[in-house]
Design a protein around this ligand. Sequence first.
Ligand code: SF4
Length: 382
Amino acid sequence: MKDNLLKTPSSQSGLYIHIPFCKSKCGYCSFYSIKSLNPIPDFIDALQKEVKFYSKTFKSFDTVYFGGGTPSLLRPQQLETILKTVNKYYKIDPHSEITIEVNPGDVSLEYFKALHSIGINRLNIGVQSFDDQILKFLGRRHSASDALASMKDARNAGFANIGIDLIYGVQHQNIKSWEKTLQTAINLKPEHISCYQLSLAPKTPLYSTYEAGGIKLPSNKMQAKYFFNTSEILENAGYLHYEVSNFARKEYLKSKHNMKYWNHVPYLGLGPAAHSFLNNKRWWNKSAVASYIKDISQDKMPVEEQELLTPAQLQLETLFLGLRTSTGIDLKLYEKNYCTDLLEDKKSIIDTLIKNHLVEIGGDFLRPTQTGMAVADSLALI
Ligand code: SF4
């Protein structure tokens, strides 16, 4: 059980808890989950033991994020049990952001009230679209009216911090219908909106259909149009475009948990397939629920693998992640961490990027322009 994952304590880290169950699989999804809900009680027992494993390594958290899978398949009492165990072994900052991802088809006013009463203070609702034809194409098991009802119920239950997820670049969608979905979202006034471009990972049903020529994805030009229109519409509606896919109504409403991933802040991931990061080490759990439960029942950590990141790898990740955010890369911090001046080190390429209006320097930060954000993945290859 004891190994070098358990040595270095840290503070103000984030806690991610993966709930690996989905009643059905969406056609585009590559996240790990299983359809059978029977193992849930054994899973919760195992998870509570795993919470304990890291109590000498991680001392406190100021974000807790229930992701999945479909965390809203758990009853509020089950979520409360997990939170109580977390509270028992770690200091949870009283101002913590405690988020749960919910599926609009599973929830009700009573459910939301119960979540609120156990201390969950942020919702991430998997709306994806307000168009039933698109929801059907994506393989979602909720309707547009379920999504609208869940937003209303969440507000009536007292939630003041709600994010919704949307997907663009989908077959049957065009710019006009996407803008209609965006406008519906804006009218609901969520605190946070994530807009993801549909990407098809291998081994997903939609990828197989795509490979067989059954569906088409928008051209690069069209994808760029979706990106810029989205940014413009949401910014005009008062949202800050603070990461490639993420918009917040105010600075303080940015996802605190996700910011930890982008800023290399330590996080602990519990549950099957969950990833953790601390100092220069990343490790991740076994995916299969059965193996996860079995390992823990034998008092073994369910870790699949770990990797030590070299300074060069960390540097590349800092570039990759930093150039996805509107804040950009903190040049002083970069120099402190990697003993090199980024602007000197990559002078000729950065000059070219500046000349092409893809990045800019503002104070002590190198940040992407809006055009740069649209091609953020390739910018990091500098
Ligand atoms: S998108 Fe969400 S609900 Fe759909 S299969 Fe993936 S994890 Fe489950």
